[in-house]
Every structure is written in structure tokens, then in C-alpha cells.
Design a binder for this molecule. Structure first.
Ligand code: ADP
Length: 483
């Protein structure tokens, strides 16, 4: 009863009935006001009136009971009311008397000539019951006037409608209802079928099945729903895949140093590492692996807090130039040790801006650390800051090994590292992910450009002011996508 088809059909039928009722009503009103119907009545009265005059009545006195009977017979034969008045308008005889309501005879004088009925005068009166009468009057003889009257056929229009129009209209209604059934079935199919499929797909998604896709067909709204459902399905799928990958990565990253720690601790315990040098080496490895684990856990905690919006940005007026100079200075000894030139190209002043100094320092520290790590001796790392209206851009460029194009698009993903060999990996692959999230939390963006063999450039673009953004508000859907 509740299906789209039934509702459509009910709506169609209601509409058809309404339209037919409106057409019928209009036709009846048209017919009622049609002067033709009234003309027919007047013609009848005029005919009767001339028939009566043609009868051989003039000799009748019309004032005896016998005459009255005669007039009444005439009236009922013709189906009209017959009256005879004297020239002053007094009723001498009325076929409807004594029972019928008298007609106000003075009103007979309102009768007019009608071009269609030239022999008689035509008019209308209302009796004491307010019933309307059509009448025609004509001279009966020198002293008397003959009036024939009849009630206009009020229902003539209805009768005409019933006799002539009802059947064709009922037939058209039946045909329209048949068409409505077909239309309702077709339209409901085009809506209900894709909806049913979508329900099945949504149920599949709830159960973790992603093989089926929602149909993107049917009316616009249904098609839009199908498209949204499919894109939601892809997002859920990507998000679940992301979670699985993330868990696998975390387990792997934790397990590897743990195995190493366990192995070297075991060697120290059971005496396999007996010499002071061997013990020293084992302890060093245990220390560095534990340190790696700590950095991993720190990074994960950082990300988790950023994701959950638990670490609000501590936005204050920020002296970016000073901050960049300080961070760069910290890397001075490391650059010198590596034989890499560390340069800054900072304008004398940068426009005032707001931001979380500690978090931004974390970003530039990470970018500089990466740049120095990947630049061989003799190379150059440069920190450049430029201001444009509303924005400031900080670029960290190096003349290092560069990043292949296929890796460049992925380096901001969690745990993504270009060099897969663990021995050469110092970091854990979370630094750029965290940096990007911090810059985005400031309302900015972090991008990377690189040419293999020439060098790389990381550019953080930051808005000068974004007061409404006082907390890290990351949408979980974005996180799911980014993996
Ligand atoms: P991590 O440095 O801990 O490995 P990051 O997220 O900071 O993780 O960097 C991801 C990867 O991007 C690095 O493993 C490295 O391969 C690559 N990368 C980052 N910065 C540079 C750079 N300046 N030059 C070359 N490769 C880089």
C-alpha cells in the first residue's frame, strides 16, 4: 500500500477524477446559462399559446366551472400553466388554482417583445414561493389576455449532460486510468528499482562487502543518491584499507626494533656477547632501537592527537623571521659536520602573523632535518621566506638526491619512505605527515617539488591571520582518505 507505485497510482486517479469533475462542472454551468435551453421553453409556451388561440374558444365565457375544467385539461395536455386575465390584469381563470401559488399578475406587464417570438410578449415572474416562471402573453380577444407559463427547466442542463456527455466522459476516465496504471508502473519501476538496489548495496557496505556498486540511473535525484552512495562506499573502503595498512605498518615498525632489542639483550644474558666490546655494541644497538621505538611512539601519539583534534594550536602573534633563524641556527653544527652549506634568505622583516610557534618550529625542524639527511657533502640547503598579500611562504630547498616522481606524490602518507632498506632509514616515515597536518591546521598547505639528482624543495604556505582557526580541526573523513 505504501509503495511508490501505489502512491503514484492513487495520485493519478485522484487527479483524473478531479479533472473530470472540473470539466463536468464547467460543462453544466455552460449548458445552464445557455440561452438555447430557455429558448426551447419559450418556443413551447408560444406554440401552446397559439394552439389555444386557434382552438375554437372565443365563444366560451371562461367563467363557468365547465370552462375551468376545459382550461385545466388544455394545460395538462400541453404541460403548462394557462391563465386568462382581463385587460386590467385581473385573473379570470388560472389552471393552477385553487392549489397552486398565484402569480403576481402586475408583473406580467414587464413582458417584452422578443424578436424570435414576434406574436407574443415574453417575460419572467416569481410566484409567492419565489419559484421562477417563464411566460408568454398574447391577446386572447378584445378584453382578455391569454398567458401560458411554465417553470424553466432547471435540470435541463443536467439531463442533457447525463444523456449525452456522461458516457463519453466515463469512457475517457477509464482510458486515462489505464494509462495512469501503466505510467505508475513505469515511473515507480524507474524509481523503486534503483532504490532497492541501493538498499542492497548499503546493506553490503554495512557488512563489509564492497563488490556491488549502486546504480547511477533513474531520475536526477535517484541518480545523485546512487553517485553519493558509490562515493561513500569508496571512502569507507579506502578508510578501512587505510586502517588495516596503518595497523600493519605500526605492528611492523614496532616488531622489527623489538626483535632486535630482544636478540641483543638475549645475547648479553646468555653470554653470547661476552667481551666488553660485544656488550658495548649490543647495548648501543638496544639503545638506538629503543630510541627508534620512542620516536615512532611519539610520532604516533602526535598524529593521534592531531587527528582527534586533541592538541589545540596555541596561536599567538608569531615572529616568523626570528623563528626561522633560530631553527636554522640549531642545525649549524650538523650541517658543518656533514659538509653542507646551510643558508637563509630571509627578508629584513616579515609581516606580522599568528600561529603556534612550537608546532611551526617542529615543521621547519623536520624539513631541515630531511634536507640535511638527503644532501651529500658539498651540497647546499637554503631556507627562503617570501611574503605575498595575506600569505607567507617558507621554502626549504636542498641540492640532494631528489625524490622520484612516483614517490613524490606519496611522501606525505603515513610511514611512506622512499628508501625501503631499513639499514639506511633513520626516520620512521611520519615526519612529513605530521608537518603537513600542522601546516593545514594553520589553514595553510605543504607541497613538495623535486628533481632526481638536482634536489628537492618543500614549501609551507601559511596565511598571515586566521583567527577562527584556534584548534586543530581535522575531519576524520580526510584522515581516512589520506591514510
Ligand atoms: P622520515 O624522514 O622519518 O623517513 P618523513 O615523513 O620526514 O619520514 O619523509 C618521508 C620520506 O620522504 C623520507 O623517507 C625520504 O625518503 C623522503 N624525503 C623527505 N625529505 C626529503 C628530501 N629533502 N630529499 C629527499 N627525500 C626526502
Amino acid at each position: 500500500m505504501n509503495s511508490v507505485g501505489t502512491r503514484l497510482f492513487a495520485a493519478f486517479v485522484a487527479l483524473i477524477v478531479l479533472v473530470i469533475l472540473m470539466i463536468s462542472f464547467t460543462l453544466i454551468v455552460l449548458l445552464r446559462n445557455n440561452p438555447l435551453v430557455q429558448r426551447q421553453d419559450l418556443a413551447k409556451l408560444a406554440n401552446v399559446s397559439s394552439s389555444i388561440t386557434r382552438l375554437d374558444l372565443p365563444g366560451v365565457e371562461l367563467n363557468t366551472a365547465q370552462d375551468e375544467v376545459k382550461v385545466q385539461q388544455l394545460a395538462s395536455t400541453y404541460g403548462v400553466r394557462v391563465l386568462v386575465t382581463d385587460s386590467a390584469g385581473a385573473v379570470l381563470l388560472d389552471s393552477a388554482q385553487p392549489n397552486g401559488p398565484p402569480l403576481p399578475l402586475r408583473r406580467f406587464r414587464t413582458a417584452r417583445q422578443d424578436p424570435l417570438f414576434p406574436q407574443v410578449m415574453v417575460g419572467q415572474v416569481r410566484d409567492s414561493n419565489l419559484t421562477q416562471w417563464l411566460f408568454v402573453a398574447r391577446a386572447f380577444d378584445v378584453n382578455r389576455v391569454l398567458v401560458t407559463a411554465a417553470q424553466p427547466r432547471q435540470l435541463a442542463a443536467l439531463v442533457f449532460f447525463g444523456e449525452n456527455l456522461l458516457l463519453p466522459m466515463a469512457e475517457s476516465a477509464a482510458v486515462a486510468i489505464l494509462v495512469a496504471i501503466v505510467l505508475a508502473i513505469l515511473i515507480s519501476r524507474s524509481i523503486a528499482q534503483p532504490l532497492q538496489k541501493m538498499a542492497a548495496v548499503a546493506q553490503g557496505i554495512a557488512q563489509g562487502e564492497y563488490a556491488q556498486s549502486a546504480p547511477e540511473s533513474g531520475p536526477d535525484e535517484v541518480r545523485a543518491l546512487g553517485q553519493s552512495l558509490n562515493s561513500m562506499k569508496q571512502q569507507v573502503q579506502a578508510s578501512q584499507q587505510g586502517q588495516r595498512d596503518f595497523l600493519a605498518n605500526v605492528s611492523h615498525e614496532l616488531k622489527t626494533p623489538l626483535t632486535s632489542i630482544q636478540g641483543f639483550a638475549q645475547a648479553m644474558l646468555d653470554g653470547a656477547a661476552a667481551t666488553p666490546e660485544a656488550i658495548q655494541r649490543s647495548a648501543n644497538i638496544i639503545f638506538s632501537e629503543a630510541d627508534r621505538m620512542r620516536r615512532l611512539v611519539d610520532g604516533l601519539l602526535d598524529l593521534a592527537r592531531l587527528d582527534a583534534g586533541l592538541r589545540p594550536l596555541n596561536r599567538n602573534a608569531l615572529e616568523l623571521r626570528g623563528l626561522l633563524a633560530a631553527v636554522t641556527e640549531k642545525f649549524g653544527p650538523q650541517a658543518t659536520a656533514r659538509g653542507v652549506a646551510l643558508l637563509t634568505e630571509l627578508p629584513p622583516t616579515l609581516p606580522p602573523m599568528t600561529g603556534d610557534a612550537d608546532r611551526l618550529a617542529q615543521v621547519f625542524t623536520n624539513l631541515l632535518d630531511n634536507a640535511l639527511k638527503h644532501t651529500p657533502a658539498g651540497g647546499k640547503v637554503t631556507v627562503v621566506a617570501t611574503a605575498s598579500p595575506g600569505w607567507v611562504e617558507v621554502g626549504v630547498s636542498d641540492t640532494g638526491q631528489g625524490i622520484p616522481a612516483e614517490d613524490l606524490s606519496r611522501i606525505f602518507e603515513r610511514f611512506y619512505q622512499v628508501d625501503k632498506s631499513r639499514a639506511r632509514r633513520a626516520g620512521v616515515g611520519l615526519g612529513l605527515t605530521i608537518s603537513k597536518e600542522i601546516v593545514e591546521a594553520h589553514g595553510g598547505s605543504l607541497r613538495a617539488e623535486s628533481v632526481v639528482g638536482i634536489g628537492s624543495r618543500f614549501v609551507a604556505r601559511l596565511p598571515l591571520v586566521r583567527p577562527e582557526d584556534t584548534t586543530v580541526t581535522k575531519k576524520r573523513s580526510e584522515i581516512g582518505n589520506r591514510r
